[in-house]
Write a protein that binds this ligand. Structure first.
Ligand code: GAL
Length: 407
């Protein structure tokens, strides 16, 4: 049954993802009303969704799940929102899905709205992990459980569980990729590297940076890897809102200030794909060197996969967010049926994950965490993405596209 639901939800998702675009002007609008057959979807899969709701509605007990995503302007959250929505609906839940335009006030308001709507559970990918304490206290008072989705929510005792990937490992994989590409254990170097990190309001961003930095620290300390800009601290290389434009501008400034003569940039270590996109653009337009710098990323965004094929980005750390949604569904099902999920829940997952009760301290409590496994994608193993069923080769067999786009 589980496999059937997973297959079904992928199928349903293919239709619903087709309508998902870039930045939206109606990010706070309710994405989905209670899942009745009156939804104004035009895709052929709507009936599949509705019938699965009927099949599963006894176990879900007619419960409603409120899902708060940060923004539509970064590709991955569109995928997360749609996977979560389709998988929860396929399991018989009613879903209220909101995007909050990367605006913390708006996200607080959106969540307050879902509390007022008496949702039974909240799944939240926080824009700023530090700004939701009061709202989540209200959720707690209303008896609504909260699961932190992908990003840990800080300074609150109202969050019950955290579902994410092993964030430190994401950064570590990037650092180890650089180590292997430059053969830092055997080559003398020195090589030049610059870092671009994520949003300081996102608790994940520090883990990514630290994972990468720690993997390279011994080579930096030994003088095999130099950082000509001198920007070695997270705060110096953080990128507000993970913005592509900000990353582009920052890298242009770095290139103008430290690489204007014949200095060679060997590595641009970027924490994720949205920043890597800007950095690769800055390198294309402003870098004077003859070499092609190594550029790292994370997420498997379509534009970045294209850059990987074109040699403008070297790798991305892929996180299967359909699996992340699936794990979140299992955790939520357990909570909503009155259980207290623990490590034994892992046996119900279709994806590999660990249960961690030590690493994620939000300042008030250590939040029990289910962490999925990220992996490295390069030009040479893009077929691994095709094997997930979420990507396919385009008609020229050159670039990858989402399986959702042409459905
Ligand atoms: C992080 C997330 C990454 C990346 C980034 C920007 O929290 O874990 O996968 O997408 O946000 O959206």
């Amino acid at each position: 049954m589980k496999k059937f639901i997973a297959a079904l939800s992928t199928f349903v998702m293919l239709g619903s993802l087709a309508s998902c675009g870039g930045a939206s002007t109606s990010e706070s609008s309710k994405e989905s009303k209670p899942s009745t057959n009156t939804e104004s979807k035009t895709d052929a899969n709507t009936d599949e969704s509705a019938s699965s709701n009927t099949d599963e509605s006894t176990s879900s007990g007619g419960k409603t799940v409120g899902i708060a995503m940060p923004t539509k302007s970064l590709e991955r959250w569109n995928r997360d929102g749609e996977y979560l929505k389709s998988q929860f609906e396929a399991a018989g839940y009613t879903v209220e899905l909101k995007y909050s335009d990367n605006d913390t006030n708006q996200q607080n308001n959106d969540i307050q709205g879902m509390i007022a709507d008496k949702v039974d559970l909240l799944l939240i990918a926080a824009i700023d992990g530090n700004t939701l304490s009061q709202t989540l206290a209200d959720a707690k008072d209303a008896g609504i459980s909260v699961v932190a989705y992908d990003r840990l929510i800080m300074n609150t005792d109202a969050v019950s569980y955290y579902v994410s990937f092993d964030n430190y490992t994401v950064g570590k994989l990037q650092g180890e990729f650089v180590r292997d590409q430059l053969k830092l254990d055997s080559e003398a170097g020195p090589f030049n590297i610059e870092f671009t990190a994520g949003d300081p309001a996102d608790n994940n961003a520090g883990y990514f940076f630290n994972g990468a930095y720690d993997a390279l620290k011994e080579y930096i300390d030994a003088g095999k890897l130099n950082i000509p800009s001198g920007k070695v601290k997270f705060e110096q290389v953080a990128t507000d809102k993970w913005s592509t434009d900000t990353a582009l501008e920052n890298m242009q400034n770095t290139l103008a200030s430290y690489y204007s003569k014949d200095e060679q940039l060997d590595v641009a270590l970027c924490s994720n794909d949205s920043t890597a996109l800007g950095v690769a653009q800055a390198i294309s337009s402003d870098y004077k060197g003859k070499n092609v710098p190594i550029v790292t990323g994370q997420d498997g965004d379509i534009a970045n996969l294209k850059n990987i094929v074109d040699g403008k980005q070297s790798m991305t750390v892929y996180k299967n967010v359909s699996d992340e949604a699936g794990v979140t569904l299992e955790v939520s099902k357990a909570i909503l049926s009155g259980q207290t999920p623990d490590g034994s829940l892992i046996s119900s997952f279709t994806a590999e994950a660990t249960y961690d009760t030590e690493s994620y301290d939000n300042g008030v409590k250590v939040v029990p965490s289910y962490l999925l496994v990220p992996y490295v994608i390069t030009k040479d193993n893009l077929d691994v993405l095709v094997d997930t069923g979420l990507y396919k080769w385009d008609s020229d067999n050159k670039y990858l596209e989402s399986t959702a786009e042409t459905t």
